[in-house]
Design a protein around this ligand. Structure first.
Ligand code: FPP
Length: 279
């Protein structure tokens, strides 16, 4: 990686291509990367095509980025494929997205297995069409014993609903006398989220120029590094993915501690252990 890049004196467009081997040598990789795959519709409209065309092209980017994550040895990749709010879209667009998800699972399941990819989903799956529910359940089962990349697809997912669900489960346990209210803490909330067992994302990538979180992994992203790009999801390439990781590697993650404390630690501790108001 060039010194100009490290010093921030070069823009992304002026950068020479990033070699993934350089990334591996440059520092720690983010272990869990979350992605808001935005901009499919606008990308298609700019080309005078229907919005669904953009989603179709977006599936190619899904393939590319899953492959890049596998090649780099990233542990977890979570893709925001369909939000709770997306149910408000025109029924035809919703059906087309569901059909693309079905097709992706049909076509990719063997390749995912060859790459040792474990598949998980988060969200209110019961709202999905039955065919999609069945395909998702089969794929998660089929890939359940894979031990490489954990690929989580967020489907009919909303962060606030997820947190409310965790509260409901804990309240039930308190009501039944299985848990005392004084015992409710961050760890317990974590264990009742849909993402239980997954580490918090280290890096969030959002494509297409918007700079917001849009109800994605609200609890889990308390200390996530955010990286935004104007590139639309259908154009998002391995090089863009490497750029996000290279930018992440230049960030100083302090989790509320001082720089001196961080330097004297062999490895950064869990963010939950050291939450402070000044980030
Ligand atoms: C956001 O772009 C994208 C979506 C709501 C759907 C994403 C779905 C896919 C890429 C296809 C299937 C996914 C998998 C994992 C196989 P947008 O439509 O909001 O774009 P806009 O902001 O330009 O309207």
């Amino acid at each position: 990686m060039s010194n100009e890049y490290k010093q921030g004196t070069l823009s992304m467009a002026e950068l020479s291509p990033i070699d993934p081997q350089e990334l591996l040598a440059a520092g720690e990789l983010p272990q869990h990367i979350a992605v808001i795959m935005d901009g499919n519709g606008r990308w298609a409209m700019r080309r005078h095509k229907p919005r669904v065309w953009g989603h179709k092209k977006g599936v190619n980017s899904v393939r590319t980025i899953v492959e890049a994550a596998v090649e780099l040895g990233v542990s977890a990749l979570t893709l925001y494929a369909f939000s709770e709010e997306n149910w408000q879209r025109p029924p035809r667009e919703i059906s087309a997205i569901m059909a693309l998800i079905n097709k992706y699972l049909d076509l990719e399941i063997e390749r995912l297995r060859e790459h040792n990819v474990r598949l998980l989903t988060i969200g209110e799956l019961s709202r999905l069409p039955l065919a999609t529910q069945r395909k998702v359940a089969y794929a998660c089962e089929y890939l359940g014993d894979c031990s490489g990349l954990t690929l989580t697809i967020a489907l009919s997912y909303g962060g606030r609903t997820e947190i409310a669900g965790a509260c409901r489960l804990i309240a039930q346990k308190v009501a039944k006398g299985q848990v005392r209210w004084e015992e409710v803490d961050q760890g317990m909330v974590n264990d009742h989220l849909l993402t239980r067992g997954l580490p918090d994302p280290d890096l969030l990538i959002r494509t297409s120029g918007e700079q917001r979180i849009s109800n994605f992994l609200l609890w889990q992203m308390a200390y996530t590094e955010l990286w935004f790009t104007s590139v639309a999801w259908p154009d998002f390439s391995k090089q863009n993915f490497y750029q996000a990781i290279a930018a992440y590697q230049l960030r100083a993650r302090r989790f509320g501690k001082t720089e001196q404390q961080i330097r004297s630690l062999p490895r950064v501790e869990s963010p939950l252990a050291c939450v402070s108001p000044d980030g």
